[in-house]
Design a protein around this ligand. Structure first.
Ligand SMILES: Nc1ncnc2c1ncn2[C@@H]1O[C@H](COP(=O)(O)OP(=O)(O)O)[C@@H](O)[C@H]1O
Ligand SMILES: [Mg+2]
Length: 278
C-alpha cells in the first residue's frame, strides 16, 4: 500500500516520487513557449473530390495549460491533435511548438522531437499484449536509445516510478490482459510519461471506460497539469471537460468557442451552459 494517494489534489508528484524526481525538474526554457496553430487547414482527397476536415484553425496553448477539446464525432478533434504533435501534416498553415516551426522538421527530426517532447494516450490504450506493464512503460526509453536517454537500470527504475505514480507498482509484471481497462489506461499514461515529456496529449482516453474510472484517469491528467505539464485532452464527457482549465469546442473543422474556466463561470452566472458532444 502507498502512504500517499497520488490522486489526492494536495499530493504533488514531488511528494510521491521524492525531491530528486526526474518529473519535477524544471522544463528547459526552449520548451516554455507553448503550442501555436496558425490558420491550419486539412483537406483530404476523396476520389475526385476533396473533404475539408479543418478550415483555418488558429489557437495558442501556453505551457502548463490543461485544455479539454470537445465536439461531435467527425468535427476534427483528432485531426487537430495529430497536427499538433506532427503525426499528421496540415494542408496549409503553421504549427509552432517549443519555439520550433515543426512544419520545417524532416520526418526523422520530427519523430525524435516527438519522442522527447510529447506523450500520447489513446482511447484503446494501445499496449503491446505480450509485454508486461513494466516492459510497456520501458519501451519508449528503449526506443529513445541509450545515447540521448536513460541507461539500463535507470530505465527500469524510472518505469517503476511511473507505475507507482499511477498506483500500479504492484502490477508491474502483469500482462495487459490481466488488467482492467482503467488499469491498462494507467499503464498507458505511465508509458506516455516515460521520457518525461513536457506535453501530454490524450485522444478520448476515457472513451472506453466507465465514468468512475474516467474520473480517476482525469484526475491524473489534472495532477500532471498542476505539476507544469501541458495537457491537451479530447473527450466526449462534458462533466470531465468542465473540470479542465480551458475548454475548446470544435464544430465542423472550426473552433466554435474557446473559454478559460474563469470566463466560463462568469458567463454561466447569466445563462445556462450548453456543451454538446455526441
Ligand atoms: N485519412 C482520412 N481521409 C479522409 N477523411 C478523413 C481522414 N481522417 C479523418 N477524416 C475525416 O475528417 C473529419 C474529422 O475527423 P476527426 O478529426 O477524426 O474527427 P473527430 O476526432 O472529431 O471525431 C471526419 O469527417 C473524418 O471522416
Ligand atoms: Mg477522434
Amino acid at each position: 500500500m502507498l502512504k500517499l494517494n497520488p490522486f489526492s489534489t494536495d499530493t504533488t508528484l514531488r511528494d510521491i516520487l521524492g525531491k530528486e524526481s526526474p518529473f519535477t525538474t524544471p522544463l528547459p526554457a526552449a520548451l516554455k513557449t507553448g503550442i501555436t496553430l496558425e490558420n491550419v487547414t486539412k483537406v483530404y482527397p476523396m476520389g475526385r473530390r476533396t473533404y475539408q476536415a479543418l478550415g483555418g484553425v488558429s489557437l495558442s496553448i501556453e505551457p502548463g495549460e490543461f485544455v479539454a477539446i470537445v465536439g461531435p464525432s467527425g468535427s476534427g478533434k483528432s485531426t487537430i491533435l495529430n497536427i499538433m504533435t506532427g503525426i499528421d501534416k496540415p494542408t496549409s498553415g503553421k504549427i509552432g511548438i517549443g519555439g520550433k516551426d515543426i512544419g520545417k522538421l524532416s520526418e526523422n527530426e520530427l519523430a525524435r522531437w516527438r519522442g522527447e517532447n510529447v506523450g500520447i494516450v489513446f482511447q484503446f490504450f494501445q499496449l503491446l499484449p505480450t509485454l508486461t506493464a513494466l516492459e510497456n512503460v520501458m519501451l519508449p526509453l528503449h526506443l529513445r536509445g541509450s545515447k540521448a536517454g536513460y541507461q539500463g537500470e535507470e530505465r527500469r527504475q524510472r518505469a517503476l516510478a511511473n507505475l507507482r505514480m499511477v498506483e500500479l507498482f504492484d502490477h508491474a509484471h502483469h500482462l495487459p490482459r490481466e488488467l482492467s481497462g482503467g488499469e491498462q489506461q494507467r499503464v498507458a499514461i505511465a508509458r506516455a510519461l516515460a521520457n518525461d515529456p513536457p506535453i501530454i496529449v490524450a485522444d478520448e482516453p476515457t472513451g472506453n471506460l466507465d465514468s468512475k474510472t474516467g474520473e480517476l484517469i482525469f484526475k491524473i491528467f489534472r495532477q500532471l497539469a498542476e505539476e507544469g505539464k501541458t495537457v491537451i485532452y479530447v473527450t466526449h464527457d462534458t462533466n470531465l471537460a468542465r473540470q479542465a482549465r480551458r475548454l475548446i469546442q470544435v464544430r465542423d473543422g472550426a473552433i466554435l468557442s474557446d473559454e478559460s474556466v474563469a470566463s466560463r463561470y462568469r458567463s454561466s452566472e447569466n445563462k445556462s451552459e450548453s456543451l454538446t458532444g455526441d
